[in-house]
Design a protein around this ligand. Sequence first.
Ligand SMILES: NC(=O)c1ccc[n+]([C@@H]2O[C@H](COP(=O)([O-])OP(=O)(O)OC[C@H]3O[C@@H](n4cnc5c(N)ncnc54)[C@H](O)[C@@H]3O)[C@@H](O)[C@H]2O)c1
Length: 363
Amino acid sequence: MSTRAVPVAVATPYDVHVGPGALGLAATVLAGRRRVAIVSQAAIADRYLDAVRSGLGECEVFLMGDGEEAKSLATVEHLCRGFAAWGLLRGDAVLALGGGVVGDTAGFAASVYYRGVDVVQAPTTLLAQVDAAIGGKTAVNIPEGKNLVGAFHQPIAVLADTSTLASLPDREYRGGLGEVAKYALLADPATEQGGINALLREHTGAVLARDPGILGDLVAHCAGMKAGVVAADPHERTGVRATLNLGHTLAHALETTGGYGLTHGEAVAIGLVFAGELTGACERVGLDTVDRYQALPASLGLPTAVPGGEALRAEDLLAVMRRDKKAAGGLTFVLPGPDGVTLVDDPPPAALAHAFAAVGVGG
Ligand SMILES: NC(=O)c1ccc[n+]([C@@H]2O[C@H](COP(=O)([O-])OP(=O)(O)OC[C@H]3O[C@@H](n4cnc5c(N)ncnc54)[C@H](O)[C@@H]3O)[C@@H](O)[C@H]2O)c1
């Protein structure tokens, strides 16, 4: 086992343990617990349950369904009833073994069961290892919107076992790279010597090939960035944590209006290109930055335009963006500018039209 610990300095600090074999730390981070409820999905449990269970005391597995439909209040009720029937008590713990769907749902169930029991996040997708499992945001979907019912519930530890990424379907891995690209663009190129941008530039092939030697560095860099932002703004109140939504305004609108066959990470990649073009058209950055926002997702094999986008209307996407729960009524984008990445309200219509055209939306 070779893992490293990335600290998350929130009110009750915890570590993200990154590297191959991190699942084997479950017994250590849960030492002394009477019972542990492991929440997972069938295909993931088949592969990784033994690794996480070894050394744990009494535990029981609670399986949930796959996909966004399973991220529901019905699943939370099912899990909580299962916990109660098994006799999970206030001082026991939940362990979420899976991607963001499992992490968000099990995390939310843990936040409400007995008014909150401890949870360990054991993310098995790239997206969950670099993003969803860190920072304590948990939520489920209701028909009126995605992630509309949730709670902040920080885990007591995150076990990001990079060896689990070997079995991830190719599109899921590539989707996670959309979030990785976001971190690279959020990093200040002037100060992040040897950081994520250098890694992506110098080891692109190894990153795409999921080289085990590179994955630990990649996930640790991203986890460190997310940890820093979460520690600065744990409850998304000051605008610092909102910068993590770079590329997400368009991505959410694309997902809400039909998805267009894109994974979340692919939609984020297109959203990053859109953000670069938009901020360039607002004359907030030079062409070099606009180019970077296009070239980085492209170098990771991610789409930079909406497939079939000519049939879409920018006005329809804008209407969805105005309804986005993170927007305070008007249109808010996270954009790079002279002071780094900040929130920008209501950019000029001509700049928006330019950015939509650049990602292939509209005729
Ligand atoms: N809480 C947060 O801060 C936060 C942040 C970003 C995203 N999210 C949420 O995360 C969810 C998406 O998460 P995701 O991209 O991990 O998708 P996911 O959890 O649906 O996993 C994708 C697919 O991969 C499978 N899978 C997972 N790990 C595997 C492995 N190691 N090998 C083989 N198959 C594996 C899953 O069973 C699933 O079919 C969304 O619901 C999103 O809202 C939450």
